[in-house]
Design a protein around this ligand. Structure first.
Ligand SMILES: NC(=O)C1=CN([C@@H]2O[C@H](COP(=O)(O)OP(=O)(O)OC[C@H]3O[C@@H](n4cnc5c(N)ncnc54)[C@H](O)[C@@H]3O)[C@@H](O)[C@H]2O)C=CC1
Ligand SMILES: O=C(O)CCC(=O)C(=O)O
Length: 411
């Protein structure tokens, strides 16, 4: 299902549960601003290449818009729109003073050299620099981007507006990045999983996990879950998939991935079909790659009892219905992966204050936010007699709706 159709459907269900006025509902759905830019760069061989970049700024009722920038061949306007909207509800669920935005460039970063990626990022920044800013819209990394991408954006933006560290988050530490941001989304996934399992009298230790995606989020989640006693029995990334029912040796796998740029070829597990990763035997499934991967085609075959959505919109609404009938509990993206944007917020606060927190403080604050977020979601589940996805959506949408009305923008 199209990502925007799916996201709008979840929003509308939440709006109905909250009894939102139809005019307010419409105004919350329409993005504040949609930017589409052409980015032409010289390739290393001297030829020219053009790419299309997007930044969708969805809502700013609760504060500056916030969200990552994705470099991936499948980036398209509807998906960026959906991801921007999800950021609005996510920052509200996390109760941090932001709205939502998302950006992306349709490109395959694996096929571009470092200098081509730098030129592309700088051209993209030249096209959008007037529309982002510390109190307007603050980008961060997402799939296919990372601290170096943020460093280039910061440098290019600063040529126009003066040196301004807080204009992006997820930066390298040497440029004002926060300790703990790199691990934050994975650490948030760990805290969210602990909060959920606690409801069922369970803990991470002894549970069997399967993780799809072994990039920033998937690999940190794997490392932290492994350190907490969880057994990771299968993983996949773009290079392949492997399993070991006795539990993968995660420290060795992390080293292999660093040296080989992917999980393929790791000797501590048996190769499996990448398409079968989501239906492998496990207690807890963590999608940490692309959207829409859990759908009506595979939902019936999923064996996990819990799904923790580390990726954004990994589950189609049709799959939600099938899984709910099977009794599978899904911890939704707008809560489960909110650790990244929460520590981005800590980074922005530190930059504005000109002060650096130690990592322990970052991680402790993150735990506090994730715990409060879970409580908030559960309360909405009780109030509206709904599942965790609608609990999170009603929590987020209600906070944004209240801010919108208070600011007198609902008409
Ligand atoms: N980086 C962050 O702080 C946050 C990321 N997310 C979401 O988490 C997900 C992963 O993001 P990152 O880890 O940052 O990206 P990344 O670029 O660091 O890693 C992506 C991983 O997914 C794998 N992958 C790509 N296509 C795949 C496929 N077809 N099958 C299996 N694996 C595939 C890649 O090989 C890589 O291991 C995305 O949905 C992103 O929007 C959500 C919140 C914050
Ligand atoms: O750290 C951020 O500002 C945004 C991270 C992000 O893109 C996401 O949560 O999906």
């Amino acid at each position: 299902m199209n990502a925007l159709v799916a996201t709008n459907r979840n929003f509308k269900l939440a709006a109905r549960l909250l009894g939102l006025d139809s005019k307010l509902e419409k105004s919350l759905l329409i993005p504040f601003r949609e930017i589409k830019v052409e980015c032409t760069i010289p390739k290393d061989d001297g030829s020219l290449a053009s790419f299309v970049g997007f930044r969708v700024q969805h809502d700013n009722a609760r504060g500056p818009m916030k969200g990552g920038i994705r470099y991936h061949p499948e980036v398209d306007p509807d998906e960026v729109n959906a991801l921007a909207q999800l950021m609005t509800w996510k920052t509200a669920v996390a109760n941090i003073p932001y709205g939502g935005a998302k950006g992306g460039i349709g490109c395959d970063p694996g096929k571009l050299s470092i200098s081509e990626l730098e030129r592309l990022t700088r051209v993209f920044t030249q096209k959008i620099h007037d529309l982002i800013g510390i109190h307007t819209d603050v980008p961060a990394p997402d799939m296919g981007t990372g601290p170096q991408t943020m460093a280039w954006i910061l440098d290019e933006y600063s040529k126009f507006h003066g040196y301004s560290t807080a204009v992006v988050t997820g930066k390298p530490i040497d440029l004002g990045g926060s300790l703990g941001r790199d691990a934050a989304t994975g650490r948030g996934v760990l805290f969210a999983t602990e909060a959920l399992l606690n409801e069922y009298g369970k803990s991470i230790s002894g549970q069997q996990f399967v993780i799809q995606g072994f990039g920033n989020v998937g690999s940190w989640a794997a490392q932290l879950i492994h350190e907490s006693g969880g057994k990771i029995v299968a993983v996949s990334d773009i290079t392949g998939a492997l399993k070991n029912s006795k539990g993968l040796d995660i420290p060795s796998l992390l080293k292999h991935v660093k040296d080989n740029k992917g999980v393929k070829g790791f000797h501590g597990g048996d190769p499996i079909e990448p398409s079968s990763i989501l239906v492998e035997d496990c207690d807890i499934l963590i999608p940490a790659a692309l959207g829409g991967v859990i759908n009506k085609e595979n939902a019936n075959d999923i064996k996990a009892k819990f799904i923790i959505e580390a990726a954004n919109h990994p589950t189609d609404p049709e799959a939600d219905e099938i899984l709910s009938k099977k009794g599978v509990v899904i911890l939704p993206d707008i809560y489960a992966n909110s650790g990244g944007v929460t520590v981005s917020y800590f980074e922005w606060v530190q930059n504005i204050q000109g002060f650096l927190w130690d990592e322990e403080k970052v991680n402790n604050e993150l735990r506090t936010y994730m715990t409060k977020g879970f409580k908030g979601v559960k309360e909405m589940c009780k109030t509206h007699n709904c599942d965790l996805r609608m609990g999170a959506f009603t929590l987020g949408v209600n906070r944004v709706a209240r801010a919108t009305v208070l600011r007198g923008w609902e008409a």
